[in-house]
Design a protein around this ligand. Sequence first.
Ligand code: PMT
Length: 302
Amino acid sequence: MEEWEQYFLRNPAPQGFNASCDQLKKFCGQHAGHHPIALVTSGGTTVPLERNTVRFVDNFSAGTRGAASTEYFLAQGYAVIFLHREKSVVPFFRHLNPSFLLNSLQENSEGGLQLLPQHSSQVYPIWKNYQRIMSEERLLFLTFTSLSDYLWLLRATTQYLQQLAPSSLLYLAAAVSDFYIPQDQMAEHKIQSASGPLTVTLQLVPKMLSPLVSLWGPDLFVASFKLETDSEKLIEKATGALKRYKHKLVIGNLLQTRRTEVTLVAEEQSHVVKLTQLQQQEGVEIEKFIVEEVCGCHKKFT
Ligand code: PMT
């Protein structure tokens, strides 16, 4: 048995998994042949240290890349499955933080609430766009917290897309752990500090891109992200991932410069996307250009 199969045998499906599968089946069936479909994964996976989880190891990601990219895919006419870490950054809502919202409201003469006129011009276009997308049912929100939740939902989504809409796009921006503690080696209850310093041994997570590309979704267009902190390693690692998994695109980024520069690595060529100083000052988001490039490649492929 392959290591990834053992992983799924040893780690049970998340709560509500069947309901998520029903939503996925409906969404894919509804949009197949009408809109191009993209799966966008976003946010970091957690690795619990205890079954009744008090402590966990986290992967770095706020979810900004995935949330912003989702808005740009929707603008390009895609229907989007947004598989994201619970409480991470979410499309549309990301523009409105709670303190801004509370400070933007006033009581009207009927005792109801209304937006202060000076804030309407900022909120209205976001609200209008969100309402339109939701009325077209073009955005499906699915959430995960742990690595295991994520992998179960990733596999299910990939398989439904392969079955119902095989020309779809996967845009894997979530930050996925390489290490974990198998269920049967995990403490049941909160680990006690009375027994002294803690030594934890984490096992390697099988690289799921391998079965994803070759078995679960062989006809899908897969773009994965590669995160490094050492600029010397980035291109080598991104190129290596492309050769190893044989998918279509690796988008390499450095933790330090991820908001302003990425490198798109494809089989024939690699290509840097970088924001100018002026674009940065004007608040242009790099995701706009990444998504345009990815959509261009996806269109050529289909
Ligand atoms: O969310 P933000 O704060 O905006 O940050 C965005 C980002 C930096 C997180 C994003 O741009 C990014 O780089 N995401 C990928 C991070 C990551 O997991 O990189 P990696 O080098 O660890 O993994 C590379 C690929 O292998 C990923 O596509 C991952 O899905 C895959 N993988 C990883 C672990 C694993 N066990 N199996 C896998 O298949």
